[in-house]
Unconditional design. Structure first.
Length: 115
């Protein structure tokens, strides 16, 4: 039920910016799945895949892997991630040049919000 509420909320990703990052969050128990998901996203969606960080990086409260994509691919990427994330949380945010606002005001979620 919480997944349904998330999809209907103001926190579900919206295509409002020219470019985006999606940060797939994981921990030691979901590392293998998250790595595979990000690798598949790179191949299937032709998105740029960043490093799989097994440590905290920047403002992210969990281990993460960054996917980069443009607005033209937004619906395809977000839909695919939502369908295939298998319970992982994914932060999706626009790229505006203001790193703080990108990760706060322009932050949207697939799954549970991470602190």
């Amino acid at each position: 039920m919480s997944e349904l509420l998330n999809a209907m909320s103001d926190l579900y990703p919206r295509n409002l910016h020219p470019a985006y990052h999606a940060h797939v969050y994981f921990d030691a128990g979901t590392l293998a799945f998250a790595s595979s998901l990000c690798e598949q996203a790179g191949k299937v969606l032709n998105v740029q895949v960043g490093r799989v960080h097994e440590r905290l990086v920047g403002p992210h409260p969990c281990w993460s892997c960054q996917l980069s994509f443009v607005a033209a691919d937004f619906d395809k990427v977000v839909g695919w991630l939502d369908e295939h994330r298998n319970g992982l949380s994914v932060l999706v945010h626009g790229l505006t040049g203001d790193n703080l606002k990108d990760h706060t005001d322009y932050a949207y979620w697939l799954g549970m919000l991470c602190p």
